[in-house]
Design a protein around this ligand. Structure first.
Ligand code: KIV
Ligand code: NA
Length: 263
């Protein structure tokens, strides 16, 4: 079967076909998601909260990420696997290179890091050496204590312009994908049109090139689900059915609805 690559995703952006990402953490979920046609699997450091019971992603370690990337890689055949780099493991370009190497060797095809223009040198360091990088702007959960909570980002024009500049710096530095989390849909649209790499939205409206949701939210495992998420299991018979419904609704432009977006 055909493998999903960075090239596949760029072509999809160019042709306007949406692609699907699911944040998941283990082999059986990975096996089901890739079988359903989910193009990219994100081993998110959200696992600190969704699997391990911490109240943020800050405590997550390299060892925990590697354990879960390896599990997802064992379940996967054809999807592209992204692995999050945990809190403070990419504070300098040299640290980033050492730690990204370990995530890649655990079975990821790309690493994801949170932040703006300050990451330019790091991104160049990694991509020049053959490690694809996904950026992450907007609500960056590893900075929750600096941001003062999990809140929508880029609401005022000054912040919006700053985020557009950051996105452009990441693009120039060689980022292959860009996650946009919890920002107004109008801003997500502007960024998506301005950058060359595909954007993946969560709480960022319908106009990004792709969508990502966390498997726990898709399956109703979250006690207080965020406004932008949806339990797809309620309209499905089983877990593959819920994944199929999510993927279909994104491809058709039906999900996210207005109720899931910020303005
Ligand atoms: O850790 C994660 O699951 C993420 C996504 C929500 C984008 O970073
Ligand atoms: Na994450």
């Amino acid at each position: 079967e055909k493998l999903v690559t960075v090239q596949t995703l760029r072509k999809m952006k160019a042709s306007g076909e949406k692609f699907i990402t699911v944040a998941l953490y283990d082999a059986p979920m990975a096996a089901m998601a890739q079988k359903t046609g989910v193009e990219t699997l994100l081993v998110g450091d959200s696992l600190g909260m969704t699997v391990l019971g911490y109240d943020s992603t800050v405590p997550v370690t390299m060892e925990q990420m590697i354990y879960h990337v390896e599990a997802v890689a064992r379940g996967n055949k054809k999807s592209l696997i992204m692995g999050d780099m945990p809190f403070m493991t990419y504070a300098t370009p040299e640290q980033a290179l050492t730690n990204a190497t370990r995530i890649m060797q655990a079975g990821a095809h790309m690493v994801k890091i949170e932040g703006g223009a300050w990451l330019a040198e790091t991104i160049k360091m990694l991509t020049d050496r053959g490690i694809p990088v996904c950026g992450h702007l907007g609500l960056t959960p590893q900075s929750v204590h600096k941001l003062g909570g999990y809140r929508v980002q880029g609401r005022d024009e000054e912040h919006a312009e700053q985020m557009l500049r950051d996105a452009s710096v990441l693009d120039q530095a060689g980022v292959d994908l860009l996650v946009l989390e919890c920002i107004p849909s109008t801003l997500a649209k502007r960024i998506t049109e301005a950058v060359s790499m595909p954007t993946i939205g969560i709480g960022a409206g319908r106009d990004t090139d792709a969508q990502v949701l966390v498997i726990n939210d898709i399956l109703g495992l979250t006690e207080q689900p965020p406004k932008f998420s949806k339990n797809f299991l309620v309209e499905a018979e089983d877990i593959p059915g819920a994944l199929r419904k999510y993927a279909e609704d994104v491809k058709l432009g039906v999900f996210p609805e207005d109720a899931h977006t910020f303005n």
